[in-house]
Design a protein around this ligand. Sequence first.
Ligand SMILES: NC(=O)C1=CN([C@@H]2O[C@H](COP(=O)(O)OP(=O)(O)OC[C@H]3O[C@@H](n4cnc5c(N)ncnc54)[C@H](O)[C@@H]3O)[C@@H](O)[C@H]2O)[C@@H](O)CC1
Length: 455
Amino acid sequence: MQKAEQVLIDGGTSVDELMRRAGQGAAQMIWRISADQPTLVLCGPGNNGGDGYVIAQWLLEKGVDVCVAAPLEPKTDAARHAKSLWRGPTLSLAAAQTAAQFVDCLFGTGLTRAVGDDWFDHFMRLFTGARRRVAIDLPSGVESDHGTLLNEIQPFDITIALGAFKPSHFLEPARSMMGDLVGIDIGIEASSQLAILPKPRLSGPGPHDHKYSRGLVAVVAGAMPGAAQLAALAAQKSGAGYVKIFAPSGFPAPHSSIVVETVADVDELKQKLADDRISALVVGPGLGRDDHANALLDAALTTEAPLLIDADALMIAGSGFCELVAGRMAETVVTPHAGEFARLTSDSLADKIDDSRKLAAQSGCHILLKGSDSVIASPDGAASISALSCPWLSTAGTGDILAGIIASRLASGASGYRAACEGQWLHSRAARLAGPAFTPEMLIDQLPATLQECL
Ligand SMILES: NC(=O)C1=CN([C@@H]2O[C@H](COP(=O)(O)OP(=O)(O)OC[C@H]3O[C@@H](n4cnc5c(N)ncnc54)[C@H](O)[C@@H]3O)[C@@H](O)[C@H]2O)[C@@H](O)CC1
């Protein structure tokens, strides 16, 4: 983002002009949602504060009863210029009174440490006394890149992001402080190795496609049949041409179209996995964690097809994970939740994006770190954050479904990173369509409609 701003500035667009676009865009948004509510704008010393003076002046010209509170004079040229154009009253923090609407321009992306108590106590007084609270770019107290809270703030009603979304708009715990999140275009083309997951663009089968060209997904089943069945069903309803489960005898097929191939032992599994028509393999959901499960995982790792590793397989692999996957030539996607991730790295999770990137680079695998703020990282350093979150996904079976969706995307020929990104988006979107309190089957049933949206 800062690089993108610099390109514009080098090309002749002044910081004043960017600030004018940002402030006016934000003011118009505020005007649309709250019209003439009496408003207090809290302006800090940096360019975020400068945005605040632009917003305040724009609202004043609309006839709004607006006041600025500022703890310090502006420190940047652009913010000084914005203040020079402000025609309304400016009060100290201590003198400022609460207003119906509170607009927070104390700090944006430049916050480097917690806001001190002398300012923060007033900040909270003015915040608490307002009926509507609007944060400009980022709520003060939130650092911009890692989702970290530097102060104990409370949720805003709306956050207006300027120019581009920052990682903390989507990473917890910061994300929960944003309220409704909207973006303002100020003419900056942000390009970075960190992306917000876009809606996938998929194509359906062509006239010459058949079940194998659309992709054969195989699932290695273990001790708990339900999880492997869900992964298989999800793969099927995400568009795979053919879905098979390799399972011990007596394993129930989840649907008459899904083939269950009995494997008597690990050697037989290895033989079946040598079938080069297999386009993607899933191992982990319901695998179990005993010696037999361990041997099934070893067998699965012999496949030359793209591989999705999840759940029990990750718990078995533990800190030996990187060694275990070291020899793999085909794409490998790994989908741990935070607990499984900590098991793979033998360390607690400090920074979702950096830690996922590190594990991806060390292992050569694509890592999808699951959570309400899922992060996907690739060995080449690319990373994406999911902006679609659905807290109703926090229920048993949904991870197995995600594994099946990603496997079907791998089977269609997508790269590991792309399959993980597409799978994550489809999963979250299906959850939104399923509404509250869904069963795994209800979630799976939404997958065709979700695919339809992406064709
Ligand atoms: N750079 C640009 O061209 C544009 C920036 N814009 C705005 O500018 C913001 C970033 O501006 P800045 O980089 O000036 O950053 P901020 O306005 O967030 O504040 C930075 C200033 O606060 C100080 N500071 C940081 N943490 C502090 C703390 N805990 N207590 C006291 N002082 C502290 C810093 O030393 C620095 O002086 C964005 O979030 C956005 O709102 C927009 O106006 C669009 C254009």
